[in-house]
Every structure is written in structure tokens, then in C-alpha cells.
Design a protein around this ligand. Sequence first.
Ligand code: NAD
Length: 476
Amino acid sequence: MSTPKEPSFRESVDLMFNRAVALMDLPPGLEEKIRVCNATYTVRFGVRLRGQIQTFTGYRSVHSEHKEPVKGGIRYAMGVNQDEVEALAALMTYKCALVEAPFGGSKGGLRIDPRQYEDHELERITRRFAYELAKRDLIHPSQNVPAPDMGTGEREMAWIADQYARMNTTDINAVACVTGKPLNAGGISGRVEATGRGVQYALREFFRDARDMEKAGLTGSLDGKRVIVQGLGNVGYHAAKFLSQEDGSKITGIVEWDGALVNEAGLDVDAVRAWIGKHGGVTGFPDGTYVKEGAVVLEEDCDILIPAALEAVINLGNAERIKAPLIIEAANGPVTAGADAILREKGTVIIPDMYANAGGVTVSYFEWVKNLSHIRFGRMQRRQEEARHQLVVDELQRISDAMGNTYSITESFKQKYLRGADELELVRSGLDDTMRIAYQSMRDVWHERGDVDDLRTAAYLVAIDKVAASYRAKGL
Ligand code: NAD
């Protein structure tokens, strides 16, 4: 049976945007200005590898410059194309607005299968790509700041930062030209885990409100909830790890590129990750049932479904069969516009990508600020905070002594209270705060406006309103 035609990823984003603006009262023309992608640069470059020249195609798309720099990851995948990069850049605009990260939206991609190359080859390719973008200010601390995305990570970001610094030897802020760098190359604690951590914080906020749970027909807390995750990469791994190890959820299914694992008793996320690291995929993992046609596991019974790999995996072809009452879009664009309509009709609650995976850009924002201020978070305050807490503890002890020791401070309280916050704790606190506030802004619209019946529309309304306010304030 052939599946009806799906809109492209960019068309899907446009359709969702249009649904939201139909409920708004934007001045004529402004709506169009916000929707369109400002510019997309396509670059083709050659790199001499294995005795011959290989040509690569890359993109950097700038969706909106209502705030600068613009921000968005660089993806390495064979499916990269202009339509995808533009859709992802648009999502970045709305995502940054929603979580109040002061950036416009951008995204980049290189059409490459990184698994086919040695490390030293990838370094040459990445440096060459970075050179092409940097010379056009498409990598620049005050103009355009990339970050990791699918197929890229800390290592690629470090190469990009170094390439920019070599080309701009007098730029004191050079290291702020890209985020997601390793700690020893100007990165920030907690960036690698940030997107997955943000997914956890988002779900915690969802489970704080009985009205939200009721919409999905769920009760209780994250404890004991059955979770299926697709993609055990950076985002999926961290989300699944934190939910299972810190919140008591059970990971009953993991879908990867070579198949899926299911285990009603819960899969050991670290063990599966280690297995993938060693064997390249989930095939052969001993403590679960292997399903070759991995995508069908998305349709299994569970409480929470976390697509954290590719776009369009929930589409017109399978939406009707999705049983999860709650989907959190850790990946960008995993649910097509057509599937979104079907799921809304069924009453499935979807926590949308623009919000759900905003943890990455939030901590990238902190990293950028750290780079520009040239100082680690907490460096000035930590010991001072500890000294002040020591004063309180000493005073309590003195009172306790004076009262004949009827009360004494426990050692565990002392240890927790006396320790000043380090960078990681500050980053987590800032991320938690950001995810809660952004969720609450969507929730208010969702519950209070009679004409909004889903979180995605609520997210678009909040985000577009902020972008529009910014254009109104400064003019076009
Ligand atoms: P990643 O490359 O680290 O991981 C992707 C995972 O998906 C890998 O484990 C890969 O094997 C798996 N995968 C590939 N094809 C698959 C298939 N057909 N079925 C199932 N699994 C498959 O990428 P990531 O950084 O975790 O990004 C995943 C998604 O999250 C993307 O949509 C990305 O845009 C989005 N995202 C990432 C970040 C970030 O900080 N890395 C931030 C925001 C959004």
C-alpha cells in the first residue's frame, strides 16, 4: 500500500508555523518576514584524500537575524540538503526565542558519512569546511556561532574553533566562534549532556502539573514509566540514562539504525551504549529481544516515546499505530505535519522539538557567555559562598553548644550546605530554570487559550510573539 505524500521537512515547519500565525494578529508582511529563511550559502570544496581529490557539499543557512549572532548546529550526514538545513534553521529561530537565548536562527550541514573516514581525514575535511564558512563570516563570535548536531561532537567543534583562531589571530574572542567544545578547548561543563538533560527537565516539569498528565491520560510521576527511545546517540543516550538512573523510569525499548532491543523489565542504557561502542550497533546485545525491523518498536505500548535520531520517523505511514500517549521530540522534526494532525486527533500529547531539545542551545549560550567573559562560572563566588555558609554553620553550632547540645547539625547537611556551587551545578541550575520557565510559558497558552489544543501551537505562539516583538522594537 502506498503512503500518501508527505510534505518536506521545511514544508512541515511552514505548515506548523502557519497554524500558529492564523491565531495571531501580526501586521501584514511581518508574518512573511519571520517565516522566510534569510539566506542559504552552499559550498562545494575539494580535499585531497587517499591520493585523489574528493568534492564535498556543505550548507550554512541563516533563517533570522532579529538577534545576532545567529546560532545553530552543524550536521554531518548523507541526507543533508538545503530543504533540511533551512527547516532546522527556522526551528533554531523559534527555539532560541522560546528559551530566551539571545540568538537568531541558523543551521549547517555537510553531506558526508563520517563513518567512512579516518580521524585525520575528518579533521582535514572539517577544517576546510570551517575555512569556507569563516571567510564569509558564517562562523564568527558575533555573527554566527555553530554547535554540534548529528554526526558531530566536541572533537569537530575543537577543530572549527582552532581553524577560526588561526584565521583571526588577533581576535580575543575567537574561542566564542563555536560552542560544544571540549572543556580543555574553551568548553563548559555539562554541554555534552545538555540536550538529554533538558529532555529530562522538560518531562519533570510535565509531570509536575496534573492537568498536563490528564491530557495524556497519565498519572503519578516519572518513576516506573515505560519509555521507548529511538537513537542512542548524544541526545537519546543522556535522556535515557538520566530518566532511568535518576527518575526511576524503565527503558523498555531502544531503536537504533540496525534494529531495536526490547525488554519489559528495562534495558541497562550504559550497557547498550557500551555494546554499540564496541560492535557498531545493537545487534547481538544479550539482555533484550532483538527486533530487526527497528521502526516497528516505535509502535509498541509504552508511556513515553522519545524519538532522538532522525526526522520524519513518525509519519502518515505509522502515526495511526503509535500507542504512546506522550511523545517528547528530542530529535528535530521527528513527527511530520501530517502525523501531527493524526496524533492530535487521537489525543496524543506531543512535547515539541523546538522546546524539548532546547537544552543544547541553552548550555551553548552559557558557554558563549563564558568564552566572552573569559572566566569560568563560579570562579569568583564559590569560596566566598562557602565562607558565608561556614559562618552560619559555626553560629548554629555555637547556639547548639550553648543549649547543652540538644540539637546538633548532621554531618551530611554540613557537607551539602558548605559546598559552594561549581560550574556544572550552576549550568544545571540555569538549564533547569530555563526549561521550566519556557515550559510554563507554553503551558499557560495551552490551558488558557480556548483555541490552542496542543503544545506545539502554544510553543510557536510564544516564540513568534517574541520574534515579532523584537522586530517591532528595532524596526526591520
Ligand atoms: P548523534 O549522531 O549523536 O546520534 C544519533 C543516533 O541515532 C546514533 O546513535 C545513530 O546510530 C542513531 N540512528 C541513526 N539512524 C537511525 C535510524 N534509522 N534509526 C534509529 N536510530 C538511528 O546525534 P545527536 O546529536 O544525538 O542528535 C539527534 C537528534 O537530536 C537530531 O535530530 C539533532 O538535530 C537533535 N539535536 C541534537 C542536539 C545536540 O546537542 N547534539 C541539540 C538539539 C537537537
